[in-house]
Design a protein around this ligand. Structure first.
Ligand code: NCD
Ligand code: ZN
Length: 350
């Protein structure tokens, strides 16, 4: 019999977009209510490229939390730097010497939202920085998609493995790598088998939906994110990986807020908003796979184990009661439409 309540060690979100200013103020509480820690993506405008900018951004996050009545001790933002062609090895050294920056994020230039300042040629332009990262034990979080416009949007992740991931890891075998928001069976197979320190985050939308969801009855922009949803065979491989006992797959929601008007648009932005109900969504996916008992390892253990951080103390509870996803949530002067808006999910966080 499946249980009606589920108690988990407090989970963490290893990939989140909190934005800045009034947008951040509107949403930061969602993540802080569900998770004890989160890896904060640095793709602001301008991007967070230095330790000083990351420290200042963390200060603004803490202020926004305190304005929502959330104490510093109940939620910890884990800061990252945005890698560019011009990042200096000294900046990595500085990052390694503080506790304030936990990783660097690779956006291949042009791959996704706010990636214009991203890297044009990883091994060509960043090898000194990669060497320093390997030396100080700083993980590289990779948006794993090739960006040449000739490549089919559904093939970009699979090609990235051969063109970037394998050569990178051959040159820097000790570099810690996270293949972010994995979306393909090719990615799952690679991460599961590869030698050395590698792991992957998986989003709720890629566990719950295949690419048909974007086109059901018309074009549905709230199911559009990057990397884009893939075929069913890929979704199944991701579910299998997330619910397996491999230590290499863990939770990263990639919750990426965009105002409703910028999603429901002739050229809609990429990103699904899942921060308000991340655990409800993941619990739904694990339950559908008949593996709800594996949710704790995925959400609460494997992430900190990979990053070399302690597991959280304390617990949260999920209960098997219907949760209706809000149709919209406030977002500064605008609103956001969460993923699966209006649908009823089988679990809710207490
Ligand atoms: C993200 C965003 O909006 O910042 N969008 C997305 O579709 N996931 C960027 C990213 O992580 O690719
Ligand atoms: Zn992201």
């Amino acid at each position: 019999m499946t249980p009606n309540t589920l108690t988990l060690t407090r989970p963490d979100d290893w990939h989140i977009h909190l934005r800045d200013g009034e947008a951040m103020q509107a949403i930061v509480g969602h993540t802080a209510r569900q998770f004890a820690r989160a890896i904060i993506m640095p793709n602001l405008k301008p991007p967070v490229t230095t330790v000083a900018l990351a420290q200042a951004y963390r200060g603004r996050i803490e202020q926004a939390l305190s304005a929502c009545g959330i104490s510093k001790t109940s939620f910890t933002p884990l800061m990252t730097l945005y890698l560019t062609d011009n990042t200096e090895p000294d900046e990595i050294k500085r990052a390694g010497e503080t506790e304030d920056v936990v990783a660097l994020k690779l956006y291949p230039a042009g791959a996704t939202t706010n990636s214009d300042a991203g890297v044009t040629d990883l091994l060509g332009k960043c090898s000194k920085v990669l060497e320093m990262m390997q030396r100080v034990g700083m993980p590289l979080l990779m948006h794993g998609e090739v960006t040449d416009p000739e490549t089919d949007v559904f093939d970009r992740e699979a090609l990235f493995i051969d063109r970037v991931m394998i050569p990178l890891r051959k040159s820097f075998p000790e570099l810690k790598v996270v293949f972010e928001h994995l979306t393909t069976k090719d990615g799952v197979d690679y991460v599961r088998e590869a030698a050395g320190p590698i792991a992957a985050t998986i989003t709720a939308q890629h566990l719950l939906y295949n690419r048909n969801e974007i086109f059901k009855g018309g074009i549905r922009p709230h199911f559009y994110c990057l990397p884009i949803l893939k075929r069913e065979v890929h979704r199944q491989a991701l579910v299998e990986a997330a619910t397996s006992d491999s230590p290499r797959f863990f939770l990263g929601s990639d919750s990426a807020p965009h105002a409703k008007g910028l999603k429901e648009n002739a050229c809609g932005c990429a990103g699904c908003y899942t921060a308000v109900h991340a655990l409800e969504l993941y619990a739904t996916a694990f339950e559908r796979a008949n593996k709800i008992e594996r949710l704790e390892a995925f959400a609460s253990f494997r992430g900190p184990d990979f990053y070399g951080l302690p597991r959280n103390k304390g617990v949260i509870t999920l209960t098997r009661e219907p949760y209706v996803v809000p149709l919209e949530v406030p977002y500064g002067s605008e609103t956001l439409v969460p993923l699966a808006a209006g649908e009823t999910l089988p679990w809710r966080m207490v």
